[in-house]
Design a protein around this ligand. Structure first.
Ligand code: UDX
Length: 443
């Protein structure tokens, strides 16, 4: 089969490469000629484990190409995926749909035969129906069906999540004459996944859009739940890591996404819960999601808590202190620093008058662009040189494997804050370090 994918960010580039991996002929489309040139030469413009191999294999096989030309894209296939970003609007909670609209507005008038546009981006409920109407206005003489196939991939696992998803969801406009053709095309595209017994659910458009935001809202809630319990643990001297293990054995709860710590960040969870609240408000159902405001508040409170812990570790004030920050990406195995809790904390600590030095194995370049006034080091030991306190804020394997011996020779004070509860507290305290973890005794 042939398809195009509009947008070549984390979502679009992965989807394009993985559809080619399934044996299809794929054209990735982006307005940024720099990205198109990089991808065409086999280079992934961001860090995503395993993606470069899939990209190169399929470029070499001739199944995958990239372009900036909408004319070429319209001519290439009858099936077009939207994988562009839907960031948070500046100064508002709602999602900014300008990229989605601009793709549809440019593409629809160029389509001259029956076609299907399938959204993958995370959008406020009602967007797909609105795009359907827009497409009918823009190309009244062409039969263009709009469907929604939300993406659930996690950064760091994007290839595996695309080739072996937990489920496939396809939202269709069942009032439209073309919806059966759209479903047939998508079923054919995903035939290998469906044959591998990956659940394939068809829904209406609104349900498909809501599945995605509800999934992210649930995950955010689960993280904030354990972080709220963390606050109570701190007030009583209990240990949230043991508590989470004990909770997790209950199969109805499950251990995943119960890691208490600095909380969630990234390009999805924070903006998705905010956009979900904003959309519910527009629909007159804001009361239903007010709890998500608290989910957001709990999450942000963890960041200020770490700043307070750092001040305590430095004798009560951060003014003039030397602070080492290990981790800048919003999570390990990613170079993404969008709404990164680690960088947010680093920035706040700097505002309190400390000298902050950051090290991250993959996200330094992106961090420097966003937070140019922080100091950056090229290794753990360089970052920790003469540090009054070391903050571990992203649980990269390299940091989890650290031993007190590694840092003893360079730090000024043996004091560590484990913002992700990923170190062995006993090992560090036995070596004479002051260990502070979130939701754990003695912080
Ligand atoms: C998320 C969803 O998981 C994915 O399904 C959706 O398609 C996009 O949004 P992603 O943003 O890549 O994926 O990251 P995820 O692995 O979900 O982690 C999100 C944040 O939560 C990270 O900052 C992570 O550090 C934090 N987190 C995760 C916790 O604080 N505790 C946990 O137990 C799990």
């Amino acid at each position: 089969m042939r398809c195009t994918v509009f947008g070549t960010g984390y979502l679009g580039a992965t989807h394009a490469a993985c559809m080619a991996e399934l044996g299809h002929d794929v054209l990735g489309v982006d307005i940024d000629p720099g990205k198109v040139a990089k991808l065409s030469s086999g280079e992934v413009p961001f860090y995503e484990p395993g993606l470069a191999d899939v990209l190169r294999r399929n470029l070499d096989a001739g199944r995958l190409q990239f372009t900036t030309s909408y004319d070429d894209a319209a001519a290439f296939a009858d099936l077009h995926f939207l994988g562009v970003g839907t960031p948070q609007k500046k100064g508002e909670y709602g999602a900014d749909l300008r990229h989605v609209h601009s793709v549809v507005d440019s593409l629809a008038p160029r389509l001259d035969r029956p076609s299907v546009i399938v959204g993958k981006s995370t959008v406020p409920v009602g967007t797909a129906a609105e795009l359907g109407a827009r497409v009918r206005d823009l190309a009244p003489d062409t039969d263009i069906e709009v469907a929604w196939n939300p993406e659930f991939l996690r950064e760091g696992f994007a290839v595996a999540d695309t080739l072996r998803p937990d489920r496939l969801v396809l939202g269709l406009d069942r009032t439209s004459s073309g919806h059966e053709r759209a479903e047939a095309l998508i079923r054919e595209l995903y035939a290998d996944l469906i044959a591998a017994e990956i659940p394939f659910l068809t829904t209406d458009l609104a349900t498909a859009e809501l599945v995605k935001v509800s999934a992210n809202a649930f995950l955010a809630t689960k993280i904030s739940f354990i972080n709220a319990v963390s606050e109570v643990c701190e007030a009583t001297g209990a240990d949230v890591t043991q508590l989470a293990d004990a909770l997790g054995y209950d199969a109805r709860i499950g251990r995943r996404f119960l890691n208490a710590g600095l909380g969630f960040g990234g390009g999805c969870l924070p903006k998705d819960i905010r956009a979900f609240m904003a959309r519910a408000g527009e629909l007159g159902a804001d009361h239903a999601l007010t709890f998500l405001r608290e989910v957001d508040n709990i999450n942000m409170r963890r960041r200020t808590k770490v700043v307070e812990m750092a001040a305590v570790a430095c004798g009560g004030s951060l003014l003039g202190a030397n602070v080492a920050v290990l981790g800048a990406a919003f999570k390990p195995e990613s170079d993404d620093v969008r709404d990164s809790p680690a960088l947010n904390v680093a920035g706040m600590i700097q505002l309190h008058g400390a000298a902050v030095t950051v090290y991250d194995p993959k996200a330094l370049e992106n961090s420097q662009r966003l937070f140019p006034t922080l100091n950056y080091a090229t290794s753990v030991t360089e970052a920790c040189d003469r540090a009054d306190v070391v903050l571990l804020l992203t649980e990269w394997a390299e940091f989890v494997a650290l031993r007190p011996d590694d840092l003893d020779p360079v730090v000024r004070q043996r004091s560590i804050i484990d913002g992700r509860n990923c170190l062995d507290r006993d090992v560090w305290t036995a070596a004479g370090w002051t260990y502070r973890g979130l939701g754990r005794p003695g912080n």
